[in-house]
Design a protein around this ligand. Structure first.
Ligand code: NI
Length: 407
């Protein structure tokens, strides 16, 4: 990745004001170069090479706590808070269908979630802060995190490697095609959902398809379980609280005229609190086991823990909302609902106070009308400079007047 431009130190300027049209263009170039070479979770080797090349031209020291990804510490001489900024770097096993000139050159791999943009913003942030590193009151730690898209992924690996041990606050963002480009949301409270997997195994007794009364049909039982699982949200959950139960796979049988022994289902739950998360898991197990029993079958339900809810610290969210107003004006403050998607940023924000921004990246004009993970996802690239400016404005505020420090 080539770098054409480095911001020059100018103590009079706010950090976000150091982002000019040239750096905006550079960030777009970085994003497109990274977009061309997507790799999946924990296999981001080429991506890491591209990042290291770009960071090399910025003249910063790079640490490699994990096999892929990178960490940059921008530290001033004076004391102050340590604020981590997380940019995730992995793509998805999706075949790109955007037809863009910088579309993926890796078959079956695509930056279909926008993490290419997160990396480009992280590089832009590093470029600006490297120019003012000496005057930083504290440290900004830019973390290029691998493997956000899988369970037991990069965030947990970073925590295990101690990357957040001395951190006071953590900031993250997601470009969001469902919100209009030009605005940013810094919600108070939940932003992304606790996300878990459940696996239900139904055990019946197989037999001839023409002699059902001598068998216990696990397919009919599974169908009844799926139907009754719909009542977990509609009848067991407080209607004022959000929750999702989705059955995503069902596998059973091998021939049209044979009743199989077993049926297997997997699905996902989403919740915005630990209480709802536990309720969904408990009720799914109860429905599965008891409906199966009513059919003379047996069912077991296993929960595979995913990620906790991403919860924004109220004081940090207030500072970030002020930063949006400062950098973009009051109209840019978006009131976005909490999402039911998950992000392993939740693990980081569970460890230290955190704030996760949703940066509007959608719109008809830019053709950015598809949801994340879609093979035609694209973003309005103006969102890159917008996200960068808000991050810088927010970081400067958080460093000047830390709202929270580790005990
Ligand atoms: Ni994502």
């Amino acid at each position: 990745l080539k770098t054409r431009h480095l911001p020059t130190p100018d103590c009079q300027q706010q950090w976000w004001q150091r982002v000019d049209a040239v750096l905006d263009g550079q960030v777009v170039e970085w994003r497109r170069a990274l977009h061309r070479r997507p790799e999946v979770a924990f296999h981001e080797f080429e991506t890491t090479e591209l990042l290291l090349a770009a960071l090399g031209t910025l003249g910063v020291a790079v640490e490699r706590p994990l096999e892929t990804g990178a960490v940059v510490r921008l530290r001033g001489a004076g004391p102050g808070p340590v604020i981590a900024v997380r940019a995730d770097i992995d793509g998805l096993p999706v075949e790109e269908e955007t037809g863009l000139p910088f579309a993926s050159v890796h078959a079956g791999r695509m930056h279909a979630c926008g993490h290419d943009g997160h990396m480009a913003i992280g590089l832009g942030l590093t470029a600006v802060l490297a120019a003012v590193a000496a005057e930083l009151p504290g440290e900004v730690r830019v973390i290029f995190q691998p493997a956000e898209e899988i369970l037991n992924g990069g965030a947990q690996a970073l925590l295990a490697a101690g990357v957040l041990d001395d951190v006071d606050m953590v900031v993250g963002l997601h470009l969001w095609s469902l919100l209009p480009a030009g605005g940013v949301a810094a919600r108070v409270g939940p932003v992304m959902a606790a996300t878990d997997e459940f696996r239900i195994e139904v055990r019946g007794r197989g037999g001839h398809g023409a002699i059902p009364h001598q068998a216990v049909d696990p397919i009919v039982t599974a169908a009844a379980i799926i139907g009754d699982l719909q009542t977990v949200v509609s009848r067991r959950l407080d209607p004022a609280l959000p929750g999702v139960v989705t059955v995503g796979t069902i596998h059973a049988g091998s021939a049209f005229n044979v009743i199989p022994d077993t049926a297997l289902m997997t699905g996902t739950t989403r919740a915005h609190s630990a209480t709802v998360r536990e309720l969904l898991h408990r009720e799914i197990g109860r429905v599965a086991e008891n409906v199966a029993r009513a059919h003379g079958a047996e069912a077991t339900c296993v929960i595979v823990p995913g990620v906790p809810v991403t919860m924004n610290d109220p004081a940090m969210a207030a500072v970030m909302t002020g930063a949006i107003r400062e950098a973009l004006g009051p109209d840019a403050i978006l009131d976005a609902p909490a999402q039911m998607a998950g992000d392993d940023f939740g693990f980081l924000a569970e460890r230290v106070p955190g704030c996760y921004l949703l940066v509007g990246a959608g719109g008809e004009e830019a053709g950015a009308t598809f949801s994340h993970h879609h093979p035609r996802l694209t973003i309005d690239e103006r969102s890159l400079g917008i996200g960068l400016r808000v991050l810088l404005a927010g970081l400067q505020r958080l460093m000047d007047e830390p709202v929270t420090t580790r005990p």
